[in-house]
Design a protein around this ligand. Structure first.
Ligand SMILES: Nc1ncnc2c1ncn2[C@@H]1O[C@H](COP(=O)(O)OP(=O)(O)OP(=O)(O)O)[C@@H](O)[C@H]1O
Ligand SMILES: N[C@@H](CCO)C(=O)O
Length: 304
């Protein structure tokens, strides 16, 4: 029997929802787990060739964390890992890897953890609930997290919402993009942040796309991370003037997320984004990615 688990990519923050808002996309990390005599970890594809083939692999670490939380022993397994999500681009590759590992181990051990416990564990492993939560339950997630447990609401993404992602060729590790943030903020900036995050959550939940342009503005991380992402502030300011509903740094970057309305013409937006990237000498892919409303998926293959 092989257990196959597919966890979607995600975009965290959406501007002001730093560490608390995430949405998921139809790009996937897939893991396949089969019990055998000795542990064997098999990363597949060029993107994963530098990832560990021993117990330190984060997918396996997530499996161990799940078995520990469940108070059960993990049997030795063959673990295959494939990532359709580019690493360290702000598309939640690490969260998808953790969620896929955790859910595969949960399945292997006959589902000792329910969805809330999986959400809590994923948030602890990732350190925040935005990417991990969206990857686990799909759609849009708004969450609080106290370091142990999360309170969250999941809702389906508005049907007429579409996403265009700017995915640069260069990588940016989340730890570096977090290290550049200040420790304190002014009250003025906090009021700005709270009001925009609240409007963003209300816009997502109600499906009112008209507020996104204003609601996706942020003062907590994007102005600081702009030092690590050439052209970021120009992209964010100009995208809504060229047809985007709103734009934000995706997670810790360097990808940029632009929302647009279904059936709208994005050629002017693409031309604008390409022009800014060229001015800054950045090579990037522009990808129209379907949103994912389902979250992690498990399939069982008894014949294998
Ligand atoms: N499928 C995987 N297998 C093993 N390691 C992985 C896998 N996916 C991601 N990683 C590890 O996670 C790192 C990337 O995590 P990081 O948090 O920096 O970026 P991200 O998750 O892609 O983006 P963000 O968190 O900003 O959305 C990789 O460099 C690699 O070490
Ligand atoms: N909320 C996180 C997402 C990246 O993991 C950040 O922006 O640092």
């Amino acid at each position: 029997m092989t257990i196959e688990v597919r966890a979607p990519a995600s975009s965290a923050n959406l501007g002001p929802g730093f560490d608390c808002v995430g949405i998921s996309f139809a790009l996937y990390t897939t893991v396949r787990v089969k019990v055998q005599d000795a542990l064997e970890i098999v990363p597949i594809g060029p993107d994963l060739q530098d990832t560990p083939r021993d117990e330190s692999n984060i997918v396996y670490q997530a499996m161990l964390a799940l078995s520990e939380a469940a108070g059960q022993q993990l049997p030795p397994v063959r673990l295959e890992i494939e990532s359709g999500i580019p690493l360290a681009r702000g598309l939640g590759s690490s969260a998808a890897a953790l969620v896929a590992g955790m859910v595969a181990a949960n399945e292997l051990l006959d589902r000792p953890l329910d969805t809330q416990s999986l959400f809590d564990l994923a948030s602890r492993l990732e350190g925040h609930p935005d990417n991990a939560g969206a990857s686990l339950v799909g759609g849009a997630v708004v969450a609080t997290f106290d370091g142990q447990g999360a309170k969250y609401l999941q809702f389906q993404l508005p049907e007429n919402l579409r996403a265009l992602l700017v995915v640069p060729q260069y990588a940016l590790e989340t730890s570096k993009a977090r290290g550049i943030l200040p420790d304190t903020y002014s009250r003025t900036d906090m009021v700005f942040q709270l009001s925009h995050a609240a409007l963003l959550a209300a816009g997502l939940a109600s499906g009112n796309l008209a507020v996104f342009k204003e609601a996706m503005r942020d003062r907590l991380h994007q102005p600081y991370r702009a030092a690590l992402v050439p052209g970021l502030l120009e992209l964010l300011e100009g995208a809504p003037e060229h047809g985007a509903l709103g734009a934000a740094l995706s997670g810790a970057g360097p990808s940029v997320l632009c929302f647009y309305e279904a059936n709208s013409d994005v050629s002017a937006l693409k031309a604008f984004l390409t022009g800014v990237l060229e001015q800054h000498g950045v090579t990037a892919l522009l990808e129209e990615l379907p949103l994912d409303n389902a979250g992690v998926q498990v399939s069982l293959h008894p014949e294998n």
